[in-house]
Design a protein around this ligand. Structure first.
Ligand code: PEP
Ligand code: MG
Length: 577
């Protein structure tokens, strides 16, 4: 057995696939310089225009094949490509290169693509780079038609793991319909459209594996483990049997745990714990419900901005929130206000373009306070949705209390406006904040005095406390949730909440980490929010733990922490002890 490649796993904790590698040529098609005869210029222009027309037809055909029950965002991925295709900005320059310089259609298209790519490359921004992926996908489709390769979608993909340099959202939809087991791409990040789509469609995938097309061989049996981002090849029958058995076990365990859905997340010594879901799209509500979420602890609304060319309107915000609120049928939905900026720019905006360090720049609540016009439609939509079920507003990345006060002031202004318009909303809607900046954790008592609830965002809290980028895998040893510095901050936030009678939850990845859960329970945390796929296992673990024992063990810990090896203290806290 060899670890053949490693990338970013998409699809959840229990998501894995076993299948034969199916290598597809879907990289950027490159052509060499070529010119045409001056007599054939108009014929070449017509050939280019015909290729654009055919690419549009192919995409419209893909759109028709989207299953009725597929998430609504999927059609938007295709529409974005259609819009790009129909935009004169894409076709006019190649046509003028054909006419003025006699370039072949392929060479003219490639020249234009390279010029546009240079523009994208100068933007140091993950979100805008996602738009470059879109451009590549559209140009490749036209190029393949010009080169006579047409839509070379293989017919038989059932149970296969597709390997490609890159895949367009349209490819993924077609492949899903053909029953692929999973896919692996060399390029792409976790917020690329293709990755978002894989998550929404429940396809195990690994993106950004860099060398997958070189390291893997067509036809070889692979194990794709989306939980770790690892691809195994050369597995002997015993190893394959092991993974097949593990997969079957996961399926039957999931079914069994779901059947026990009525069992509440109560510890062995009778303490009730809240288990909530983190969601990105309204369609995630189905899995959250199926896995027994008692509410939504974090709705990451910035995904509303990610699959479109214009910012969402108040109506778009409202429709998404209403779908979630109705889907949760009376359970509380915590809507986080925009966490845009830095690596996630809203469409059509050029905010904070050249910040020296975007993670420390104008993002999240900082951006909303600077641009109230961005904040306002979202706040109105959240308030309007609160008339249909319990909703909480959560402010991301608060650093000082002044920011919370300013945000509250803007929210109150919108409330007055809705009152004047006679629009209904929950006048007592709770307003809370995320504690994900060390300054806020150190000053948690003041936030607890000001806000209705707090939620600890450990993904960012660890990043900012340990001074290590959360996506930098070279520095994993520093990105440690059990570091005493992190635990001290978390302990301080929990204590501040208890002192002020304000609920404190956690919605970072640490909340679903089996090694950390006993520790967090012992520290007094009672609200855990996590990706829906993790809920069943966490509930099971919590039902086996004894909080009194854990709290006793933790009592003097904070005065005595000298070692960063704290997790070991809790190794014997497994459900069976
Ligand atoms: C966090 O920072 O822990 C968090 C939940 O927010 P996000 O991962 O969306 O930054
Ligand atoms: Mg965060």
């Amino acid at each position: 057995m060899t670890v053949a490649c490693i990338g970013i796993g998409i699809g959840g904790v229990a998501s894995s696939a076993i299948g034969d590698a199916f290598m597809i040529c879907r990289g950027p098609a490159n052509v060499g310089p070529s010119w045409i005869d001056s007599q054939t210029i108009e014929a070449e222009v017509a050939r280019f225009e015909m290729a654009i027309g055919l690419a549009g037809e192919q995409l419209r055909n893909v759109r028709k094949q989207i299953p009725d029950d597929a998430p609504s965002d999927i059609a938007e991925f295709i529409d974005t490509h259609l819009l790009m295709l129909e935009d004169r900005a894409l076709s006019s320059q190649p046509i003028s290169l054909i006419r003025s310089e006699g370039l072949s259609a392929e060479w003219a298209l490639q020249q234009h693509r390279d010029a546009l790519v240079r523009v994208f490359e100068n933007m140091e921004d993950t979100y805008l780079r996602t738009r470059q992926d879109d451009l590549d996908h559209v140009v490749n489709r036209i190029m393949n038609i010009l080169l006579g390769e047409q839509d070379n979608q293989p017919d038989e993909l059932l149970g296969q793991i597709v390997i490609a340099e890159d895949l367009a959202p349209a490819d993924v939809i077609l492949m899903k319909n053909q029953g692929i087991a999973g896919f692996i791409t060399d390029y792409g990040g976790p917020v690329s459209h293709t990755a978002i789509l894989a998550r929404s469609l429940g396809i195990p995938a690994i993106v950004g594996a860099r060398c997958a097309t070189k390291c893997l061989k067509h036809g070889e049996r692979l194990v794709l483990d989306a939980a770790t981002g690892i691809v195994l090849a050369d597995c002997d029958t015993a190893i394959l049997a092991h993974f097949e058995a593990r997969q079957a076990e996961v399926i039957s365990r999931t079914a069994e745990l779901r059947q026990r859905g009525a069992e509440p997340p109560v510890t062995r010594d009778g303490r009730a714990v809240q288990l909530l879901a983190n969601i990105e799209l309204p369609d995630d509500v189905a899995l959250a419900r199926a896995n027994g979420a008692q509410g939504i602890g974090l709705y990451r609304t910035e995904f509303l901005y990610m699959n479109r060319s214009t910012p969402p309107t108040e109506g778009d915000h409202f429709a998404a929130y209403l779908a979630v609120v109705e889907g949760m049928q009376g359970r509380t939905v915590t809507i986080r206000t925009l966490d845009l900026g830095a690596d996630k720019q809203p469409a059509g905006s050029n905010l904070n373009p050249a910040s020296v360090n975007p993670a420390l720049g104008l993002r999240a609540i900082r951006l909303c306070l600077k641009e109230p016009g961005l904040f306002q439609p979202q706040i109105r939509a959240i308030l309007r949705a609160s008339a249909f079920g319990p909703v909480r507003i959560m402010l991301p990345m608060l650093t000082n209390v002044w920011e919370a006060e300013q945000a509250e002031r803007l929210i109150r202004q919108e409330m007055l406006q809705l009152d004047a318009e006679g629009v209904e909303y929950d006048h007592g809607i709770p307003i809370g904040g995320m504690i994900e900046v060390p300054a806020a954790a150190l000053n948690a008592r003041a936030f607890a005095q000001r806000l209705d609830f707090l939620s600890i965002g450990t993904n960012d809290l660890i990043q900012y406390t340990m001074a290590v980028d959360r996506v930098d895998d070279e520095l994993n040893y520093l990105y440690d949730p059990s570091d005493p510095a992190i635990l001290r901050l978390i302990g301080q936030v929990i204590k501040a909440g208890a002192a002020e009678g304000v609920p404190v939850g956690m919605c970072g990845e640490m909340a679903a980490d089996a090694n950390c859960i006993p520790l967090l329970l012992g520290m007094g945390l009672r609200e855990f929010s996590m990706q829906p796929a993790a809920l069943l296992d966490v509930r099971e673990q919590i039902r086996g733990l004894d909080t009194d024992r854990l709290m006793q063990a933790i009592r003097s810990l904070f005065d005595n922490i000298e070692s960063d090896d704290i997790i070991r203290l809790f190794e014997d806290s497994s459900p069976d002890t």
